[in-house]
Design a protein around this ligand. Structure first.
Ligand SMILES: [Zn+2]
Length: 408
């Protein structure tokens, strides 16, 4: 099986290389904004909207006169930016159609890219070579890597490389095609997963993955830095400095979280044959404003994303339980469903069979039990290719019988 994989690692750039990278991202941003302006003009005049190909030709024409500075950067950077713009428009029109068809979504028109938000990125293709301690890119030459032997030196076909800057650090991300061995039907165990805020992942076999300890203290720091920014006068140099510190702290939190997520998802995808987890309540998530909760939500998305693609590598199947499956309210031993279980109750106590079990573990076991039902018996509960959206508002009793599980 051939899969597309991304490899991302930090660059160790000299000042001259940083300048060259900023110039490339500047050219990419210029091309994107140039293209967006031309497309808008055409839309307003009711003319045919120019494609990335048309726009690139216009840019090349301008290079001879007013855009001579563009000769200093690889032609890939503006070209790829224009392709991204085409994608952004395609995405926009697709969302418009979905909204017309009745889906309740917000549709945003592609926006101009600003230099002010501090991030920079551009994509290159063509002759890209990886060495143990460096990567060679068109026009930029050899760039040193902070971590050696992480990027694949052989056995992959590199499609493109994206260079980006975040929180003052530079990264390169490679997209590569790589061959994976095919997987036989395995005798690995199955598992149910309960994702939470206090404990990152509880597995139905009793093991769990804790939230990284450094996360909490970094969150406190983040709050403090946010206050500092809001106290500084708008447009002042001190505010700029404070914003830079805040962005750095944000990137740090993301990294801690991502690292923990990667460790958990890799371990699970490798050791399990099938995994059930809860579907996520998207509209419910948008409502909460608490920092820790918001970050945990982002983590849940990221967890599912990582688990899904890694499972494909290691031959593990991922299932999503119906959102209304009462995984926390149901007793994993006798199947009785409670009306309510308070947020503070850390243990599940069943009045019918007398079992006393950790709340998250109980939920994880319930989720795993869904798998037995789906794989063993009823074909109809397995039959849904699309996500099930039951229209009854959270009726636990009814949804208990509806063990609709979806293939992720
Ligand atoms: Zn019970």
């Amino acid at each position: 099986m051939i899969v597309l994989r991304a490899f991302r690692t930090e660059l160790d750039l000299t000042n001259r290389q940083k300048t060259a990278c900023l110039r490339h991202s500047g050219a990419a941003r210029y091309a994107y904004n140039f293209g967006l302006a031309r497309k808008l003009e055409a839309l307003q005049a009711g003319e045919k909207v120019p494609t990335a190909f048309d726009l690139h030709r216009q840019l090349v024409g301008l290079k001879k006169t007013e855009l001579a500075w563009m000769y200093e950067v690889s032609k890939c950077a503006p070209q790829e930016a224009l392709r991204d713009l085409d994608c952004a428009f395609a995405h926009f029109f697709r969302r418009v159609n979905e909204k017309r068809a009745g889906r309740k979504i917000k549709v945003g028109f592609p926006r101009f890219k600003s230099k002010k938000n501090g991030s920079a990125s551009f994509r290159l293709y063509g002759s890209i070579y990886v060495f143990a301690k460096a990567i060679q890119l068109p026009r930029l030459g050899r760039l040193r890597l902070k971590e050696s032997d992480y990027l694949p030196v052989s056995g992959v076909r590199i499609l493109n490389a994206t260079v980006s800057q975040k929180g003052g650090r530079w990264f390169v991300s490679l997209q590569a095609e790589t061959e994976l061995p095919s997987h036989q039907i395995s005798d690995k165990p199955t598992a149910g997963l309960d994702l939470g805020i206090s404990r990152m992942v509880q597995v139905s076999d009793g093991t769990y993955f804790e939230n990284p300890r450094s996360l909490k203290s970094t969150l406190t720091k983040l709050k403090r830095l946010q206050r500092v920014v809001s106290r500084r006068q708008k447009g002042s140099a001190n505010r700029k400095k404070a914003v830079q510190l805040l962005m750095k702290a944000h990137a740090h939190v993301t990294n801690i979280r991502k690292d923990a997520l990667h460790k958990a998802t890799t371990s699970l995808a490798r050791t399990k044959s099938a995994i059930v987890m809860e579907d996520l309540n998207v509209s419910g998530m948008m409502k909460n404003h608490r920092l820790a909760q918001a970050i945990a939500d982002v983590g849940m998305y990221e967890f599912r994303r990582q688990l899904t693609y890694k499972s494909a590598w290691y031959g593990c199947q991922v299932f999503l339980a119906n959102r209304f499956f009462p995984s926390t309210k149901r007793c994993s031993q006798c199947g009785q469903v409670k009306d309510n279980i308070g947020l503070g109750e850390r243990e599940y106590h069943c009045e019918y069979c007398g079992i006393l079990v950790d709340r998250d573990l109980n939920a994880a076991i319930n989720l795993e039990q869904l798998l037995d039902k789906t794989t063993a018996s009823s074909a109809e509960s397995y039959a849904c290719g699309e996500r099930v959206r039951p229209d009854f508002p959270g009726n636990a009793q009814r949804s208990r019988n509806q063990t609709s599980i979806c293939l992720a």
